[in-house]
Design a protein around this ligand. Structure first.
Ligand SMILES: [Fe+2]
Ligand SMILES: [Fe+2]
Length: 213
C-alpha cells in the first residue's frame, strides 16, 4: 500500500486493524509455511510440550516485531522509510502465521499476554521513531540481530526430530538476517549503550513469560 497520501488518522486506523489482526485474528501468510510438506515427527508428550513452549515464545516475538515495526512506521519522518518498515512488517506477518499454525499442530495455544506485549512494543517502536529515522533503523538492525541469535538458540533446543518447527525457524532466521541488512543499508546507526542491553533484558522477560503462559 502506498502510505504517502494517507493522513495521520488513516495510518492510526490501519495500525489498529493490524494490531487486532496480530493479537486476535488469524493473520494470513503471503508465503506458504516452510513446514508444509515436512512430515510430522513422532514426539513424546514432554517433547511436544517443549516444542510448543518454544514456538509460543517465537509467536509472541513476532507479535512484538509487528508492533515495533508499526510503531516505528507510524512516526517515521521519511515516507520511503515508512513504506520500508511496513513492508518488513508484512514479512513478519508470515512469521506470525507460520508460528500460529505450528502451535495449532502441536495442540497448543498462543500467549495470553500478547495484547500487552503488542502495546508495550508499539510504544517502544514509536519512541524509537521519535529519536529520528537513522536511530530507528539502527533499532531494527539490533532487534533483528538479537532475534537471529535467539532463533539459533531455539534451533538447538527444539527436539532433534521436530523437522517441521525447525524448517519454520530456519526460514525466519534467514528473513531476519535480510531485515537487519536492509535496515543497515538504509542508514541504521549503532545503538548507544545501554540500549542493546535493555532490549535484551526486556526480551528475556517476554520469553520467560510466554514460555509458560
Ligand atoms: Fe520475524
Ligand atoms: Fe524481522
Amino acid at each position: 500500500m502506498d502510505t504517502r497520501s494517507l493522513s495521520g488518522l488513516d495510518r492510526m486506523l490501519i495500525g489498529l486493524e493490524r494490531a487486532l489482526e496480530a493479537v486476535a485474528g488469524a493473520p494470513q501468510a503471503a508465503r506458504p509455511s516452510p513446514g508444509e510438506g515436512v512430515a510430522e515427527a513422532e514426539m513424546t508428550d514432554a517433547e511436544r510440550r517443549l516444542a510448543a513452549s518454544l514456538m509460543r515464545v517465537n509467536h509472541t516475538g513476532e507479535v512484538c516485531a509487528q508492533a515495533l515495526y508499526c510503531g516505528q512506521a507510524a512516526l517515521a519522518r521519511d515516507a520511503d522509510n515508512r513504506g520500508h518498515l511496513l513492508r518488513a512488517a508484512d514479512e513478519e506477518t508470515d512469521h506470525l502465521a507460520w508460528c500460529a499454525q505450528r502451535l495449532e499442530q502441536l495442540d497448543s495455544h498462543t500467549s495470553l499476554f500478547n495484547p500487552l506485549w503488542y502495546l508495550g512494543s508499539y510504544a517502544i517502536g514509536a519512541a524509537a521513531a521519535l529519536a529520528g529515522d537513522r536511530l530507528s533503523l539502527g533499532f531494527v538492525v539490533e532487534t533483528e540481530r538479537q532475534v537471529e541469535a535467539h532463533l539459533g538458540e531455539h534451533l538447538q533446543r527444539l527436539p532433534a526430530q521436530d523437522a517441521r518447527s525447525r524448517a519454520v525457524l530456519a526460514q525466519m532466521q534467514a528473513d531476519e538476517v535480510r531485515h537487519a541488512e536492509a535496515a543497515q543499508a538504509r542508514g541504521g546507526i549503532d545503538l548507544p549503550f545501554p540500549l542493546p542491553k535493555l532490549m535484551h533484558l526486556s526480551s528475556m522477560v517476554m520469553k520467560t513469560v510466554a514460555y509458560r503462559i
